[in-house]
Design a protein around this ligand. Structure first.
Ligand code: ADP
Ligand code: ASP
Ligand code: MG
Length: 919
């Protein structure tokens, strides 16, 4: 085993430069069984030597270099060296982990490369998908002294060995397998050392985790060679030289990399090169990486070194979307992005592209294409200078915001105190302390009063930052110049990105408005001077909801509302059927996506993750329904992370359900209901509800509580909001009683008409519930309160139409049997009215002038509009300052499932338009 670990302090022995060592022979994988290579780690870190075959693939003298330095590397060109041509003849392609995730996919990649018609191709390849994670896990296990690293390493070996058997045969297979085994043996030894030490240095880790790329690059190049194409693979640790910068980043040394590339190419003058992504070396030839997801960056550096025509990043999505398509299913593909926009998107978490990818290619104006390996017909996204290909098609929908991205697992640090104002150097002292602990500041926001500086850092770095600040500012804290260094954990950043934001007013307003409407609290805000991004910090649990809310707000997706329907009885059921019939039209023509996530009755409920299929909600409720639980129901409908807005529609007449409204509104759940119980219940509770609704962005609509689908509450609101003064509201509010008195004519008796109404289903099962007048009284109180009167239900005198002796009747049947006993009284009353040219009508009155209300049987002249009614119509007359002589009258059918459900439905659409649906 060629492994030994030793600690040495000085003098520093630079490693062998086997990476850059001389070879003139044509490259062939593992033409030598193995090669010993020495690596040394810097500054007192353990220095190790190991033999590794996968850094090979070429005939190299087996001499072990122990003291070669960078300056020893000969760059003088020998006579037969081939000059590296640069420029448009090169295209660079990068294939991400999923593109090479299986043997079939590797074959597919080989086909794409072979069929690509560039003169010369440089292909950067990632490790097979999941392999880098597996490699990091090996390190984690070994340093945690978990000996399952051994079997985990075997799994890595097995995965690559199986893939190679699928792809290769003969010598190519044998030499790859020999390299693979050799590498795995070395890794085993190395992990064993880490296991013993219980610790892995960064260099050890980088060395181990980069193997996935070494293996995938070798396999891919062998497959291409198998197809008769001249092809070499490049271990980019021989070429790419980078300087670590501290905060988990590296800076490429372009000059040195270029020198090494020239040399490498002179020895491997191939038209197709398969290069490892992700890995590189330090100037001291220590293997390192470009950090997680760094293969995109590798490709960009290569593009810049070759001055390539284009860099194509092949991945598993069609391109850059307006938001992460895993989080926002309605995200749209962006056909073009400026370099700046792409940078901002990737910096703020769009991991389709590594943020460092942009700069190397931007300098040379090299466009980047993002393409989907699984959908070759899609043109993908092009990232380039905006002037070159400013988008003419409709894909950006003219939105000033191109896209949104999020970063999770952040904490905010807030340094606060009056002693900061005007003191020069405070910010530099704060960020100096942060830099000292190597933390990465992602966003900074400072109020202009200078009383507080607030910034976001990765959650895992926040303790160190807080401690550093506490100790740096101990004196200022003791003296009270600083009041606190506060940490707010569990935060996420949401960024809106777009070049056009700079010249478009109102973008921030729309963004914040969308967040407010989704009831999301913003913790901090920053907008770069370039105005290419606006960044907000929100609670982590709100992040996806926030993303969805802002995304739909900028018309990139439909206005989506999660709905919960409570009470699927006559009215609720009719509403569900209406929703079913109208859903497609709403979606296609009005951009409104209503998703019923749950339906609950008093005994069973039906929940869905994506939206219930309304064409069979009755069957589903019966077959798949679970035991009803209102808390669980609410949690389910509101708790989904992908729909920004929730509405609960209470179609019951239940005061228990109504008692939840306050809590729902407080949680940001909108409420729509025909249930009169909340608005006609105790005054203080009603006032609390309205106060809460007014100060939040949560909506509470109840048009169908009065007059079913007739626009009564909205008419009243319209009058009040435009400054009219309500004097009196008088109306026939009960469809049942309207029907009864409209039909109580000629020779008919009162009991006969009631029986007919009951028969036709116009009354409640017990007609006394209608005749008692309580339902009308509740409507009167709702309108009275809407008009500003502070009345309780008990303040409304109600004339009951139930004859006193029958109030105690045991049942509805008993009542109906006895009702004819009173027909005489009714007929007498009607006759008296008729003789005076009048009719009887049962009305509710809001007397706003005297702050009173009542419900009673009144007489109206035959010419009066109330006398002209037919069927079960409602009629409501608003007498106001503007409509004083001639009241404003609303008339129409005021009862029945269809019109009531229609009233609820129109409240739902009103909610959608308040939430941003186009009108
Ligand atoms: P690869 O392994 O090919 O480098 P990555 O997983 O690094 O692939 O990046 C592709 C993934 O990035 C996509 O599958 C997608 O889920 C995610 N992603 C995040 N934000 C975006 C976005 N705005 N547009 C496209 N993809 C995104
Ligand atoms: N394989 C590396 C990673 O998973 C680099 C990359 O795929 O971009 O982080
Ligand atoms: Mg990636």
């Amino acid at each position: 085993m060629g492994f030994s670990a030793a600690v040495s302090n000085s003098p520093r022995i630079l490693p062998s430069s086997a990476f850059a060592s001389e070879t003139t022979a044509k490259r062939k994988i593992c033409s030598l069984p193995s090669l010993c290579r020495s690596l040394s780690l810097l500054h007192g870190q353990p220095r190790f030597r190991l033999s590794s075959a996968s850094q090979l693939g070429k005939r190299i003298s087996p001499t072990i270099h122990v003291a070669a330095s960078v300056t020893d590397i000969s760059v003088s060109k020998s006579m037969d060296e081939v000059h590296l041509p640069k420029g448009d003849m090169w295209s660079v392609h990068k294939f991400g982990g999923t593109c090479v995730g299986t043997s079939q996919r590797i074959k597919n990649v080989a086909d794409i490369i072979i069929n690509e018609d560039s003169e010369r191709k440089l292909v950067v390849v990632s490790a097979m998908s999941k392999v880098t994670d597996m490699m990091y896990d090996l390190i984690f296990k070994a340093q945690s002294r978990d000996d399952s690293y051994v079997s985990a390493l075997d799994a890595v070996l097995e995965k690559h060995s199986l893939t190679a058997h699928d792809l290769l045969d003969g010598d190519e297979l044998a030499s790859f397998l020999s390299c693979l085994r050799n590498d795995v043996n070395n890794l085993k030894a190395m992990l064993h050392a880490i296991y013993i030490a219980g610790h892995a240095t960064e260099s050890f880790t980088d060395f181990v985790v980069g193997h996935g790329e070494l293996w995938s690059a070798q396999m891919l190049s062998s497959v291409i060679r198998k197809n008769g194409i001249d092809c070499n693979w490049m271990d980019t640790r021989e070429v790419l030289i980078v300087n670590p910068t501290g905060s988990n980043q590296v800076d490429p040394d372009f000059l040195e990399s270029e020198r090494r590339l020239e040399k490498w190419f002179s020895q491997n003058p191939s038209k197709t090169i398969i290069a490892t992504g992700f890995i590189a070396s330090t100037p001291q030839n220590i293997p390192t990486t470009l950090k997680r997801d760094g293969s995109d960056f590798s490709a960009a550096i290569m593009g810049s070194l070759f001055k390539a025509r284009q860099v194509t990043i092949w991945t598993d999505v069609n391109g850059v979307y307006s938001a992460d398509p895993r989080k926002v299913s309605e995200a749209v593909i962006l056909r073009t992005l400026s370099y700046q926009e792409a940078w901002e998107m990737s910096y703020f978490g769009a991991n389709v592209l590594h943020p460092r990818t942009i700069i190397p290619v931007m300098q040379h104006k090299i466009p980047i294409a993002i393409r989907n390996i699984f959908n070759l017909s899609d043109p993908g996204t092009t990232i380039c200078h905006p002037l070159v290909t400013e988008d003419e098609d409709d894909q950006t929908l003219d939105s000033p915001v191109k896209g949104f991205a999020t970063i999770d697992n952040l904490a905010l640090v807030n340094v606060e105190g009056t002693g900061m104002a005007g003191v020069p150097g405070t910010a530099s002292a704060i960020f100096g302390a942060v830099k000292d602990v190597g933390a990465n500041v992602i966003m900074i926001s400072q109020a202009s009063s200078e009383h507080s500086v607030c910034f976001a850092v990765p959650e895992k770095e926040v303790n160190a930052v807080a401690e550093a600040l506490q100790s740096r500012f101990q004196q200022a804290l003791d003296a009270g110049r600083l009041s606190q260094v506060a940490v707010i954990p569990n935060c996420s950043i949401l960024a809106a990105v777009g070049q056009k934001m700079a010249s478009t007013p109102g973008v921030s307003a729309t963004l914040f408005n969308a967040l407010a409407k989704a009831n999301i609290n913003i913790r901090a805000i920053a907008q770069g001077c370039s105005e290419y991004n606006i960044t907000v910090v929100v609670k982590r649990e709100d992040c996806i909801k926030a993303l969805r809310a802002v995304h739909s707000r900028f018309y990139l997706s439909r206005t989506t509302i999660a709905m919960g329907i409570i009470g699927p009885g006559l009215i609720g059921g009719t509403l569900l059927d209406q929703l079913r019939d109208q859903a497609a039209v709403l979606k296609d023509e009005f951009n409104i996506d209503l998703r019923v996530m749950g339906i609950t009755g008093s005994r069973i409920m039906l929940l869905s993750e994506v939206g219930i299929d309304l064409s069979q909600w009755r069957e589903l409720l019966k077959e798949k329904g679970e035991v009803a639980n209102l808390e669980k129901f609410t949690q389910h409908v509101h708790g989904n992370h992908f729909i920004p807005n929730t509405v609960l529609v209470d179609c019951t007449a239940d005061s228990h359900v109504a008692s939840y409204y306050h809590d729902w509104l407080r949680k940001g759940i909108h409420v729509i209901t025909p249930n009169k119980k909340a608005n006609s219940g105790p005054l203080d509770q009603y006032l609390k509800l309205r106060a809460l609704q007014r100060k939040s962005y949560t909506h509470y609509f109840y048009e169908a509580t009065v007059g079913a689908g007739l626009p009564i509450v909205s008419t009243l609101r319209g009058l009040l909001e435009t400054g009219d003064k309500i004097l009196r509201i008088e109306g026939i509010f009960s469809g049942t009683l309207s029907y009864i008195f409209n039909s109580f004519i000629g020779s008919r008796s009162f009991s006969e008409v009631v029986a007919e109404a009951k028969e036709a289903g116009y009354t409640e099962p017990d007609p006394r519930d209608d005749l008692s007048g309580m339902d009308v009284a509740r409507k009167v109180i709702i309108l009275a309160r809407e008009s500003g009167l502070k009345l309780e239900l008990s303040d409304i005198p109600v004339q009951s139409l139930v004859p006193e002796p029958l109030k105690a009747s045991a049942s509805a049947e008993e009542f109906m049997r006895q009702l004819p006993l009173f027909d005489h009284d009714w007929t007498k009353e009607r006759k008296e009215a008729e003789e005076a040219g009048e009719v009887l009508r049962y009305v509710g009155v809001v007397d706003a002038v005297n702050q009173k209300g009542n419900v009673q049987l009144r007489r109206y002249k035959k010419e009066h509009p109330f006398a002209q009614l037919s069927g079960s119509d409602n009629i409501i007359a608003f007498t106001t300052k503007r409509y004083e002589k001639q009241p404003l009258i609303v008339r129409g059918p005021g009862a029945g499932a269809q019109v009531t459900a229609g009233g609820i439905f129109s409240d739902i659409l009103r909610l959608a338009s308040y939430l941003g649906a186009p009108s």
